[in-house]
Design a binder for this molecule. Structure first.
Ligand SMILES: Nc1ncnc2c1ncn2[C@@H]1O[C@H](COP(=O)(O)OP(=O)(O)O)[C@@H](O)[C@H]1O
Ligand SMILES: [Mg+2]
Length: 375
């Protein structure tokens, strides 16, 4: 069992490529932390520094209270699972699992016990005699995870372990990783570019961009209170809508004006804005597709839109709308309560009206892109 601490960790590759800037994070014992962000944001580099596969250019890395910057990977008590499985093709699954233990000159019976146990945990016992090429992608990935399990490592590192699997298998393996985590009950650091994976697996998620941490929090915190435009747009699917709007400060409190509509902000929002001394200004308003109220008739204060695309997703519709100003807005509309007439009215070119209550709106500064409320 172990905690992992990164203090001002930095990575500069040759030719002065700064892949990771000033990374600060304390991963608690038995915590499941996910690094998430677009390709190239420094996730793998950070993970590889924890594993000892990359030198740390600056800063301190600790496992428990021990500084491990200069400790060899094999002496860090860490196990890593890679996206491409990295299995040895010419030996059996059993030998793949046993390999690292044999290198350590572990007692034969102990090796056997651990291999059998890992195979059992992962449901691959019947494949122990096969070679990797005789396995499916999902089975290979289980063997790769098994190689980490047999080590009884203090920390599990996983770099996009599900990226090579098809969508259905990925969902299944994601659930299996949640179960695996319960069984091995150790510290996990998991890298993915997929926000759904991050949200479903992480106790906490670390959202990264361009080598910088953007936000650290529980999935719920990051979803509910994104600190900037990037996090707001990256977490959640379909992504949050962003609209040009104007914040107005009045005697009675703050309100947001956009597209002929006016939304009075609530008490909490008023309090934060007043405390920060924010005056009337242009803002970017964010609202999630699932938080938009759809109206079939014009009412006072509703925003008029035109339907561009109606995507039928089964239990809900994804409507792509455009405002009078040409803003693009996506809304999610559950189908269960729609009448036949309503459904048929949701066709290309028809008008639709939307509103949103104050509690679902996010407010961002157009210049700094920071949230005016969160962080
Ligand atoms: N060995 C390397 N040498 C030089 N630059 C690298 C090397 N590995 C990664 N990079 C660069 O560092 C940045 C972060 O890469 P990486 O950590 O692989 O991102 P991610 O895993 O988030 O996709 C990228 O700009 C990438 O091009
Ligand atoms: Mg990567």
């Amino acid at each position: 069992m172990a905690s992992v601490t990164l203090e001002h960790v930095k990575k500069i590759y040759d030719k002065n490529v700064v892949a990771v800037h000033d990374f600060n994070l304390e991963i608690k014992d038995k915590e499941f932390v996910v690094f998430v962000g677009p390709s190239g944001c420094g996730k793998s580099t950070t993970l590889r520094m924890i594993a000892g596969l990359e030198d740390i250019s600056d800063g301190i890395l600790k496992i428990d209270d021990r500084v491990v910057n200069d400790v060899e990977p094999k002496d860090r008590d860490i196990a890593m699972v890679f996206q491409n499985y990295a299995l040895y093709p010419h030996i059996t699954v059993y030998e793949n699992l046993a390999f690292s233990l044999r290198l350590r000159k572990m007692d034969k019976e102990e090796i056997h016990r651990r291999v059998i146990q890992a195979a059992d945990i992962l449901g691959i016992t019947e494949y122990l005699g096969r070679k990797p090429k005789a396995l499916s992608g999902g089975q290979r990935q289980r063997v790769a995870i098994g190689r980490a399990i047999v080590r009884n490592a203090k920390v599990f590192l996983m770099d996009e372990p599900l990226s090579n699997l098809d969508a259905k298998l990925r969902n299944q393996m994601r659930a299996e990783i949640i179960l695996l985590r319960k069984r091995v009950n150790t510290t996990f650091v998991y890298v993915t570019h997929d926000q759904t994976e991050a949200m479903t697996l992480g106790d906490r998620i670390v959202v990264m961009k361009d080598g910088y941490i953007q936000q650290v929090g529980t999935p719920q915190e990051v979803f509910d209170t994104p600190v900037n435009l990037f996090v707001a747009g990256f977490i959640g699917s379909p992504q949050m809508n962003f609209l040009k709007a104007h914040l107005v400060k009045e005697d009675s409190g703050y309100a947001v004006e956009l597209l002929g509509s006016k939304i009075a902000l609530n008490e909490d929002q008023n309090q934060v804005l007043a405390q920060k001394g924010i005056g009337s200004k242009d803002i970017i308003l964010g609202v999630r597709p699932e938080h938009t109220t759809v109206l079939f008739d014009s009412t006072q204060n509703a925003i008029e839109c035109t339907i561009d695309v109606n995507e039928m997703m089964g239990s809900e519709l994804h409507l792509h709308l455009s405002s009078k100003n040409g803003d693009r807005i996506i809304v999610r509309l559950p189908t269960v309560d729609l009448t036949k007439e309503q459904r048929s009215s949701l066709a290309y070119g028809n008008k639709l009206y939307i509103t949103f209550p104050a509690k679902v709106v996010h407010l961002f500064d157009p210049e700094t892109e920071a949230s005016l409320i969160n962080g």
